[in-house]
Design a protein. Sequence first.
Length: 149
Amino acid sequence: MKVYLGADHGGYKLKEEIKNWLKEWGHSYEDFGNDKFDPEDDYPDFAWPVAVKVGHEHGSFGILICRSGQGECIVANKAKGARAAVAWNEKSAHAARNDDDVNILCLAADYTTLDLAKNIVQTFLTTPFAKEERFLRRVNKVRKIDINL
């Protein structure tokens, strides 16, 4: 499984920790930046390339981190094929994957401890899409919206 990462200054430190966990768990990743702490950077510069990549590469995942998780989530959901959600605990990460086949996890660095973030990321990466009829129907409606854009 390939994981694409992106974070602005608000999520830079957490992104660096996540890279270590991904290595530990045997996942390959590509870091779309920022590659250094820069308090003047802007989250769209990192969220957009991750979202485009994940949207075009079936089976890949993205993890985006900023202070609240919200800004990067907004940007990511504008890319065709990307389905991003902010997860604040393991249950919300599980529901995002299980019910909505979310392929991009957005994290709020300001409100997430390292231990909680590790659990959220692990839950996100290990929870399969349930593929129940009602979930498939809903995700297919989202895909039709992508086609009509």
